[in-house]
Design a protein. Structure first.
Length: 112
């Protein structure tokens, strides 16, 4: 379960990890409930090989104590997907053998 943070409220939602997707994908109804506003749109290639233009927005995503604002596409139907950009920003990798997420060690740079 991930928590999405929008302008109106927070929403806990089940999400699938899709390492083949660049951006995360949010169902349209969830985006509406959160008060998310599309900023632009992207033409993306779907798993079936077809191309579709989808609106994109910025949303806060919280998972296992980590949170960050990310770009997410809004899909008219389907499930919440966590894409590669979100995993990278949250410093999460996928252990495909064990079918688990692996949390990286956050680090900070010290200014001189």
């Amino acid at each position: 379960m991930v928590t999405l943070e929008g302008k109106r409220r927070k929403l806990r939602i089940r999400a699938l990890v899709d390492t083949g997707a660049t951006f995360s994908v949010i169902p349209q109804e969830s985006a509406r409930l959160l008060g998310l506003i599309p900023m632009r749109s992207y033409t993306v290639e779907l798993a079936n090989g077809k191309f579709q233009r989808l609106p994109a927005t910025s949303v806060g995503i919280r998972l296992d104590g980590r949170s960050a604002p990310v770009t997410a596409l809004i899909s008219p139907r389907g499930e919440m997907l966590l894409g590669a950009e979100t995993l990278e920003v949250l410093d999460i990798s996928v252990d495909s053998k064990r079918r688990r997420l692996r949390m990286g060690k956050h680090f900070a740079l010290k200014a001189a």
